[in-house]
Ligand binder design. Structure first.
Ligand code: 8YV
Length: 335
């Protein structure tokens, strides 16, 4: 009898997805959904051929060296700054992420967060819940216009394009964007989007939505200087990653009224927040939920499972994980 590969599912996940994995593997799961320390994650990876992970688990060279039997790490997230991809590739470990399945849901949320920020939705709800609403006033919670205002998109990948489309087609917003590479002219035309340099984007947009992946190059892409160059009436929405925005500088800018408001779904050092963000009123705060519709989280989990099953040579896509980040490791001789 052949022994089945052992895999680790590092966080809580849909029981149906665990059941699918159990058809192929010996599965160790995390039913309490505890966020394990690096040492505990390493202890649990003992003897595992593959791991189903999320953005909370860091996969680096030291961890891979401690587990030479590990063949695949499959992220339930499109962003993969938690994985040292070069270290994986150098050791022949397949890494995967979950693109596409979350694009529209994440764009919906980014747009909703931008609108909530511009129209001061949570700030006014807190006022109402606190029993402070005693009369209507002409300027009560008067915010910024969304329709027809200039949308700025920083990072024009799949999610950035989906946000631009919502702004241009649904809300009549002129769209400016900045990205390292320009889109094809035909796509720019379809989205009604114009490439500008970063300084122009910051200076001219009314609502900036940040959707760039995190890397050392995008660390503090938006800090005090960039915030000071924006319109005092502008809003900033970050659905990318904590660390792309300097949260301390942002809190200071919000308090000083250097920009009007911010909407944040991601934070430096989350789930901890910079304490000043909790005391400034003009910020909408959500706990990293941009992809969190039930259907999309299920699709992400299924795709991560598909990748793990295929990477370990099982299922209908054996040897061809659908969204591998380094598929070349599968054809290379084992290092
Ligand atoms: C995830 C995300 O919820 O996909 C991403 O990159 O940020 C979110 O959709 C989170 O990373 C959990 O893995």
């Amino acid at each position: 009898m052949t022994t089945r590969p052992a895999v680790l599912v590092a966080r809580g996940v849909f029981p149906e997805v665990l059941a699918r994995l159990a058809q192929h593997f010996e599965v160790e799961s995390n039913p309490d959904d505890t966020v394990w320390s690096a040492a505990e994650l390493s202890a649990r990876l003992q003897g595992k051929a593959g791991a189903f992970i999320t953005g909370s688990e860091r996969i680096d060279a030291a961890l891979l060296d401690a587990h030479p039997q590990l063949r695949a790490v499959c992220n339930m997230a499109v962003g993969y700054n938690n994985i040292d991809l070069d270290a994986c590739t150098a050791r022949g470990v397949l890494a995967s992420n979950t693109p596409d399945v979350l694009t529209e849901t994440t764009a919906d949320f980014g747009f909703a967060l931008m609108m909530a920020t511009a129209r001061r939705i949570t700030e006014s709800e807190h006022f109402l819940r606190a029993g402070r609403w005693t009369k209507w006033s002409f300027d009560m919670f008067a915010g910024a216009e969304v329709h027809g205002a200039t949308l700025g998109v920083l990072g024009m990948g799949r999610i950035g394009q989906a946000i631009a489309r919502r702004g241009a087609l649904g809300f009549g917003m002129p769209v400016l964007y900045h990205n390292r590479s320009r889109l094809d002219a035909a796509i720019e035309q379809q989205l009604g989007a114009r490439w500008v340099d970063k300084a122009t984007l910051l200076r001219e947009c009314d609502h900036l939505v940040i959707v760039v992946p995190y890397s050392p190059a995008s660390h503090h892409l938006i800090g005090a200087t960039e915030l000071a160059s924006m319109k005092p009436t502008a809003t900033l929405t970050n659905i990318a990653r904590g660390g792309v925005v300097d949260d301390a500088a942002l809190a200071a800018a919000l308090r000083a009224g250097r920009i009007a408001a911010a909407g944040l779904d991601v934070f430096e050092g989350e789930p901890k927040l910079h304490p000043d963000l909790l005391t400034v009123p003009n910020v909408v705060l959500t706990p990293h939920i941009a992809s969190a519709s039930v259907a999309t989280r299920r699709a992400m989990a299924d795709l991560a499972a598909d990748n793990l099953i295929a990477a370990l040579g099982c299922g209908p896509h054996a040897g061809r994980p659908p969204t591998a980040l380094n598929p070349q490791v599968l054809s290379a001789p084992t290092p």
